[in-house]
Design a protein around this ligand. Structure first.
Ligand code: FE2
Length: 249
């Protein structure tokens, strides 16, 4: 988690003020005061995330700056508002898998001020206790997690080097992630992650910015229980997704 200058409450208050006019207009048009109060806040938040995504793709900001700013934004959103926006009540009733995550892609409600084409993809992962978002690195991507429900053991690793068969990893984070905690990934820092659900069930909100530059983009599965090669580094085999889910799902 990154410290930020505004607390969640302050951010919500500031955003509410700036969006008061919009909320009022929406109340008049939609006749739904509850939705009008909530949705502009989450919509503005998504708009800010969209701008950051465009900036990192255009290299207007560095990948490290994207990570810092996204963690700040993730610290500010009122989770109940985001969960309303995601229709979390419905998502949380979906059946979960015996291995690995169930990926769900809720459609955001149409709200004035929210771009219709967001530069980032989003999903919600649902996991049963003991199952994992299995260890994987990312090619040509920035991505972020925000815990919505439950508790996870979250491990992150710097991806120092690559060859055909393996990655050289250095563990950076191994801690319990609770509701509201965030983590981010880029090519520059903490490129590999592994999240195992400790609680009965757990849910994670994920965003991902693909194709930061030319070249292939996506996940690369690894086995972080590799050979220790000194200085805390691990030689981790690149593996197929089927092996990753069999070993760690
Ligand atoms: Fe990932």
């Amino acid at each position: 988690m990154t410290d930020s200058s505004l607390s969640r409450r302050e951010f919500t208050s500031a955003t509410l003020q700036s969006l008061l006019t919009l909320a009022f207009l929406e109340t008049l048009s939609a006749g739904d005061a509850f939705a009008a109060e909530i949705q502009p806040i989450a919509a503005q938040w998504l708009k800010d995330l969209d701008e950051l995504g465009r900036d990192v793709k255009g290299e207007a900001i560095s990948q490290l700056a994207w990570q810092k700013k996204v963690e700040e934004l993730f610290a500010k959103i009122e989770l109940s508002e985001l969960m309303t926006f995601l229709d979390f009540d419905k998502l949380s009733k979906m059946e979960l898998r015996s291995r690995g995550e169930r990926s769900m892609r809720p459609v955001f409600p149409k709200v004035e001020g929210l771009p219709t084409e967001l530069v980032f993809g989003h999903q919600v992962f649902g996991l049963k206790q003991g199952t994992s978002v299995v260890p994987h690195g990312h090619d040509n991507m920035c991505t972020a997690f925000l815990i919505l429900e439950g508790e996870f053991r979250g491990r992150l690793y710097d991806r120092l080097e690559d060859d055909e068969e393996s990655m050289i990893l250095k563990p950076t984070v191994d801690e319990t992630f609770k509701v509201g905690q965030a983590s981010t990934i880029s090519e520059k820092k903490d490129n590999v992650h592994w999240f195992k659900a400790n609680s009965d069930r757990g849910f994670i909100f994920n965003i991902h910015v693909l194709n930061l530059h030319a070249g292939k983009t996506g996940r690369v599965y690894v086995d972080p229980n590799g050979k220790q090669i000194g200085d805390g580094k691990i030689r981790a085999r690149k593996i197929k997704s089927s092996e990753a889910y069999k070993l760690y799902g």
